[in-house]
Design a protein around this ligand. Structure first.
Ligand code: PXP
Length: 242
């Protein structure tokens, strides 16, 4: 059964809107855990626009579930991660002007740099995943760089509007998943997944982790984080049994 890691960045987004100390992402992580999440995902961006160093440090100390740190390949962040020792990192591209992570990491173009970071992380016992668009050459580059896992970018699926486009994007995800299996890589998925569009993705075989943020935090405004987490887990469990 796939596991849910809740991305709690947007709890910090609300806090940073007022540069104050509430709501606290550390409380959010505990609530996600009480809701049944098996992991917490946090993106420590170079611009620190939402999550701050102390948030990740405190969640590392207090959460009993997996901590998945999303991060770029930038050296200061790499050093931070090596010191923090999260259970897992997910390498993502970062651009200052973007609203959220936009594309996947170009693991073909950056393979050398990626391989060097992977080596340092694995030496520290940290599992390495790379966030990529569903493309077979990207999967191969991740394997060659020594990654343990890939996270398939589901944003193109989430943005597809016609039945045909949706079917094509699911096909792309299936092909990339198959290539990852052949390469011996663990498969994760995330970005743009919601309560309304999770069904066909949850039904895909072999995805071990879902990283979902915005939709859960948006629902949490109305029902609370614990219940929002439970509701997403219920959907993943329901559809993965189809
Ligand atoms: N996975 C990765 C690699 C991401 O960068 C993000 C966004 O921070 C997510 C998953 C979660 O996306 P969303 O907030 O759309 O659920």
């Amino acid at each position: 059964m796939a596991q849910l890691n809740v991305n709690i960045d947007h709890i910090a987004t609300i806090r940073q809107a007022r540069m104050t100390n509430e709501p606290d992402p550390v409380w959010a992580a505990a609530e996600c855990e009480l809701g049944g999440a098996l992991g917490i995902t946090m993106h420590l961006r170079e611009d620190r626009r939402h999550i701050q160093d102390r948030d990740v440090q405190l969640v590392r100390q207090t959460a009993a579930v997996k901590l998945n740190l999303e991060m770029s390949l930038a050296e200061p962040i790499v050093r931070f991660a090596l010191k923090l020792k999260p259970d897992q990192i997910t390498l993502v591209p970062e651009r200052r002007q973007e609203l959220t992570t936009e594309g996947g990491l170009d693991c073909i173009k950056q393979q050398k740099r990626l391989a060097a970071v992977v080596k340092r992380m694995r030496r520290a016992g940290i599992v390495v995943s790379a966030f990529i668009i569903p493309d077979i050459d990207q999967v191969t580059a991740c394997r060659d760089a020594g990654c343990d896992a890939i996270e398939l970018h589901t944003g193109m699926y989430a943005n597809a509007r016609t039945e045909r486009q949706i079917a094509l994007r699911i096909r792309d995800l299936q092909k990339a998943r198959d290539a990852a299996w052949d390469a011996g890589l663990t498969v994760h998925a995330g970005h743009g997944l919601t309560y309304r569009n999770i069904q066909p993705i949850a039904a895909l075989e072999g995805i071990e982790d879902f990283n979902i943020g915005h939709s859960i935090i948006a629902r949490a405004v109305f029902v609370g984080i614990r219940q929002a987490t439970q509701q997403m887990i219920n959907l993943i469990e329901k559809y993965s049994q189809l």
